[in-house]
Design a protein around this ligand. Structure first.
Ligand SMILES: *Cc1c(COP(=O)(O)O)cnc(C)c1O
Length: 394
């Protein structure tokens, strides 16, 4: 058939051979995926391991990344979402129905709590709060469907009693979902931790943080080892049209090769700063899961690979420093930039007033404004000098 120029442009006859053995795999961008014939169209089934039928259901590019994330975390099957929060919401909307009960740690990632509170209002789902370092405070009932875990917890960084919480959930037939962003599949294996080979059912990971590593891409994942659970999540993923860009996936894929090196660097840098921060008179408390004085230290020791503890450290300023003083301190920092998130090259700082964020008494936390430092890839001496000069103006 002889084609007119515009048609010929779209139906190009020549294509370079596809199998090129490059270090990075090719990037597939697809909404439509062309079936070879009607047999292929009618005989496809979504439970096939790699279902290429429409862009939202996955491409070789998305499957490559999700397989690698699953492997990193010790899982078998996974799904990608456009942000960490979107991955969290996928789990909540897939597993919770009217009248169900869900338990969340008091130090849970804030937007997850907000999403659950919305579900509580809209769909009569009961949200119960437990103390992550005290497994007795988790009291599942016949209505309990889901237990959310986070190790270590957001902002105040207590490491939970994973062993006893997971044991208790298993005993009660409750599904466990762990926000694995802090550990990133590196500090501990969520699907095989402790000597008793315990496992959570689901991990959620904000790939925005360590896997991306650039502070520029938003993405999330959900991983499991349970095929039935995976199919359930897959169906909700498809129903909601949750999808990510092939170009973004390729960026995360490229960074993934260096994740362990970056994680170790930021983890070591945070540990060095921790020792110095503890000697500074302006703080009433320094919070870090690998610090022997921290609430949950023995749980961190029980589960985490020696020394591995991400790049986050929080301080609580003595009560004599009011909000105005702490704002001045944050504004005075030069290398630490004021912003949410972590895991990128640039160190970040954020201030929090815990009394507005927690529901339980939290007797282990001192009164005062909390400042969280997220360590980037700068040299530790420069970061210490930056904090020192900002403390000097107080
Ligand atoms: C950042 C973060 C998320 C959400 O990730 P986004 O990609 O920013 O939506 C979820 N959980 C934890 C612990 C996080 O730090």
């Amino acid at each position: 058939m002889k084609l007119l120029p515009q048609t010929a442009l779209i139906h190009a006859r020549r294509r370079a051979p596809q199998l090129l053995n490059s270090i990075q795999p090719p990037i597939y961008r697809a909404s439509t995926i062309i079936f070879n014939n009607t047999d292929a169209l009618f005989n496809r089934h979504w439970t096939d391991e790699y279902d290429y039928s429409y862009g939202t259901h996955g491409t070789p590019t998305t499957y490559n990344l999700v397989d690698q994330i699953a492997q990193l975390e010790g899982g078998l099957y996974g799904l990608l979402a456009p942000s960490g929060l979107s991955a969290i919401n996928l789990v909540n909307s897939c597993l919770l129905a009217k009248g169900d009960e869900v338990w969340v740690a008091d130090n849970i990632y804030g937007p997850n709590m907000e999403h659950l509170q919305y579900l509580q209002k809209q769909y009569a789902i009961q949200v119960k709060v437990y103390d992550p370092t005290n497994a007795d405070s988790f009291r599942p009932s016949a209505k309990t469907k889901l237990l959310w875990l986070e190790a270590a917890g957001s902002v105040s960084l207590e490491f939970p009693d994973l062993v006893n919480l997971v044991k208790k959930a298993k005993h009660a037939g409750v599904i466990t979902a762990l926000d694995n962003t802090w550990g990133a599949g590196l500090a501990f294996n969520a699907f095989d931790f402790s000597e008793q080979h315990l496992s959570v059912d689901i991990t959620v990971h904000a790939l925005t943080k360590y896997p991306s590593g650039g502070g520029d891409i938003l993405m999330g994942s959900v991983v499991t080892r349970d095929k039935t659970l995976y199919h359930k999540l897959w169906q909700m993923h498809a129903l909601q049209g949750v999808s990510v860009s092939g170009d973004d996936v390729a960026q995360v894929q490229r960074s993934l090769a260096s994740i362990r090196l970056r994680y170790l660097q930021q983890s070591n840098s945070a540990l060095t700063l921790l020792d110095w921060l503890k000697t500074q008179p302006q703080f009433t408390q320094v919070l870090h899961p690998a610090d022997p004085q921290s609430n949950g230290y023995q749980h961190w020791q029980e589960v985490c690979e020696s020394g591995l503890s991400a790049g986050l450290v929080s301080v609580i300023f003595k009560a004599e420093y009011d909000l105005k003083a702490i704002r001045k301190f944050c504004d005075q920092l030069q290398l630490f930039k004021l912003g949410f998130s972590w895991g990128g090259p640039v160190s970040l700082v954020m201030l929090y007033q815990l009394k507005h964020m927690r529901q339980l008494p939290n007797a282990h936390l001192q009164q005062g404004i909390l400042v969280r430092f997220c360590i980037g890839l700068e040299q530790t001496e420069d970061l210490q000098a930056d904090i020192q000069q900002a403390l000097a103006i107080l």
